[in-house]
Design a protein around this ligand. Sequence first.
Ligand SMILES: Nc1nc2c(ncn2[C@@H]2O[C@H](COP(=O)(O)OP(=O)(O)OP(=O)(O)O)[C@@H](O)[C@H]2O)c(=O)[nH]1
Ligand SMILES: [Mg+2]
Length: 369
Amino acid sequence: MPINAKPEYFKAEKKYNEAETMSARISALEEMLRTAPNHKGSETLRAGIKQRLAKFRSQLEKNRTTAKGGKGNTLSVKREGAAQVILASVTNAGKSSLLAALTNAKPLIAEYKFTTTKPEFGIMDYKGINIQIIELPAFFKDYAYKGDGPSLFSVIRSADLVVFLIDNTQNKEKQLELLYDEFEKGQIKLNAERPKITIKKTGMGGIEFLGKKYFSFTQKEAIEILTANGYHNAIVTAFETVTIEDLADILNESIVYLPLLIIPTKADIRGEGISAKTGKGLDAFKDNVFQALNLIKVYTKSLGKNKDWPPVALHGGDTIKTLARMIHKDFFKRFKYARIWGPSAKHAGQKVGLEHELMDEDVIELHVK
Ligand SMILES: Nc1nc2c(ncn2[C@@H]2O[C@H](COP(=O)(O)OP(=O)(O)OP(=O)(O)O)[C@@H](O)[C@H]2O)c(=O)[nH]1
Ligand SMILES: [Mg+2]
């Protein structure tokens, strides 16, 4: 029994105990989490609620996705290009207009509400790099649980970036609140860092803890939550301060972490941001997307020739090794050295090895044995 809980909490708990359907159970648990006391002594309570919530949400998504018939369903999107970007908004914020302005897609654009009813997608060319842009049907309350919502969240799960389009002509706070709420229900953490804790199953020896100084909970609490999740033998390592809620999050395999951009639309009518109508801000938008995806573009070149087109998409921190492997396995096996020009080169044509870290706009000449 939680100490200092408000009457609202007990009301929600009663609702939970009496709930007959999965969605009723989920919404009661959400209510419990909102009304549960928020002090140190109630962290275990909150973690427990979160866990049940996570379990039921995943179950709901699974039921809905399999009911859709899995594979051949029209709601899935075949991955193309170097990365996938999700456009999410309330209805009429201008997703289809933006998709049409950025890509080869020809979605229906109209003044009436909920024009788009299934994912629409196309390829955006960013300076020679292909990026797939996906418009999802507009969000509304309980999208994550209703109708196609759970299947659409599977599309989000495999994407690389989420963009919230916020309509300058509608109430901004309401739009943001709705979107954040639904993404939380869908178990997507936006712009959040994965808690710095790892759990490794072992064959025997019980549960062992490393980095205990970072735990803001007792070992007993941790063991309780771990065994409830089927971990009886494991090594748990913390690298930074972690709460019991962080531990619950890490145990929940359906949680996905994605970067988020918030972009205001219809800037030709009022406010900041982009306009799909006039093209205002679209180049800056593309730059933002590319950066938020943590992508870089590099060019290969052959001896005595100019750089090749199109460039190759890599991620920040990638090395010559990543590039060599990507081009051809022989390039990696027979690699001798590389010459580079551009931002990561100390001087033009610098000779480097496999571990050299590349930067956006580098030009690389690979030499093989
Ligand atoms: N002035 C102006 N109108 C826009 C802009 N973008 C979209 N619109 C208008 O807003 C309405 C909705 O645009 P859509 O692109 O269909 O919006 P959506 O978000 O895809 O809408 P749903 O699919 O129905 O959720 C249309 O009448 C568009 O012409 C813009 O940048 N400026
Ligand atoms: Mg649309």
